[in-house]
Design a protein. Structure first.
Length: 136
């Protein structure tokens, strides 16, 4: 009989922003792992299960006695809905997390540009309307 294996499904919680006032708590990867887990408001075992990370490994990573590999770090961020380890790395390297944005596909880029043009045209029309009606 074959051993039962888990399906490779990934739990993804909505991302919660990390307030700038908490950035000082993200000095190390361990502190970022702890921050993500603490802010998920779930039990460590539940997070480890959903992230498919050995609970002992997660506990050691939280204490700074081990490091998570890239896949486990990504999984942890998805399960916790918190990109604290990414922020910690960016801050350590001197980057401002507020100025980064996700890569976009060509379709997403074209849509963003079209929306920006539409917003600019709407603003121009509003200004012209106000000028013509004497409200400017």
């Amino acid at each position: 009989m074959q051993p039962v294996s888990r399906l490779p499904l990934r739990v993804k919680m909505p991302l919660a922003p990390i307030p700038e006032s908490d950035w000082h708590k993200l000095k190390t990867e361990a502190s970022a792992v702890k921050y993500a887990i603490d802010n998920a408001a779930r039990m460590d075992k539940s997070i480890a299960w959903d992230a498919d990370i050995d609970p002992a490994t997660l506990s050691k990573a939280k204490a700074g006695q081990a490091r998570l590999n890239d896949d486990d770090r990504d999984s942890l961020e998805d399960v916790c809905g918190c990109e604290a380890t990414l922020y910690a790395h960016l801050l350590r390297r001197g980057y401002d997390p507020r100025s980064l944005r996700k890569l976009e596909s060509e379709t997403e880029r074209l849509l963003r540009l079209a929306n920006e043009r539409a917003d600019a045209a709407e603003l121009k029309a509003r200004v012209l309307t106000e000028a013509l009606t004497g409200r400017a």
